[in-house]
Design a protein around this ligand. Structure first.
Ligand code: CDP
Length: 222
């Protein structure tokens, strides 16, 4: 079986998940959305009144069953794909993501998921820490104003009422936390191709990524 691993990193709202979902559907790559897994751990912690910034409160991770399959996230067998996108999760996930035990559990799952086949994994530390030997590394970015506009539109479509100012503030705060944490902070891998999507449509970014994969696989066709 042919192996090819693509690592996609980038800040909040840069479009990693939506782009990766479409590209995986068109190419047959398996998408692994690592942000969704961190969100699922956050959901479990909030539901069980865990003190989020207490490293010792995460013993529950040993028994937690997390699965990301066909763009759905399962927490102990329950499909939590919608619940993990709510504001309360978005606003708390960066606190959970800096806990060493959480990152250790994730890295295990992430590396196991990328062991073989055609894999497209998106997150914050995939090209730098999780899969430093990925065949292709892409860093997706866009101006914070554009990312806030996109997130606002997404929220409206989901029936979540927020203002542009609030979303922008949340994005800036989360970017800061993600890039300044001690373990595996968000940064652009040195050997990544940077794609600034500020002025690009989703379709244009999808095409560009498929072109990069195609070229990387060296067969002119996926
Ligand atoms: O979709 P969005 O860009 O809002 O975020 P996400 O990809 O769902 O990731 C949610 C959060 O999980 C991030 O803000 C990070 O705090 C954390 N995360 C991480 O630390 N490492 C990863 N590889 C992926 C996500």
């Amino acid at each position: 079986m042919r192996n090819f691993v693509v690592a996609i990193d980038g800040p909040a709202g840069s479009g990693k998940s939506s782009i990766s979902t479409i590209v995986s559907q068109r190419t047959g790559f398996t998408h692994v959305d690592t942000g969704a897994m961190f969100r699922a751990v956050t959901l479990y912690a909030l539901e069980n009144n865990i003190k989020l910034d207490d490293e010792n409160a995460y013993g529950f991770l040993d028994d937690l069953k997390l699965i990301f399959k066909n763009d759905h996230t399962y927490l102990n067998g329950r499909d939590v794909s919608n619940e993990i996108r709510t504001d309360i999760i978005t606003n708390n996930v960066s606190t959970v993501a800096k806990i060493a035990r959480v990152r250790e559990k994730m890295i295990e799952y992430e590396r196991e998921s990328a062991k073989e086949g055609l894999i497209l994994m998106d997150g914050r530390d995939i090209g730098t820490v999780v899969l430093p030997n990925a065949d292709l590394k892409v860093f997706l970015t866009a101006s914070k104003e554009e990312r806030a506009k996109r997130r606002l539109k997404e929220n409206l479509e989901r029936g979540i009422e927020t203002t542009y100012e609030q979303v922008l503030e949340d994005i800036i705060a989360r970017d800061y936390k993600d890039s300044h944490r001690a373990i595996a902070p968000l940064r652009c891998p040195e050997d990544a191709i940077v794609l600034d999507t500020t002025d690009l449509t989703i379709e244009q970014v999808v095409e560009k990524l498929i072109e990069l994969i195609d070229r990387g696989m060296g067969n002119g066709r996926i």
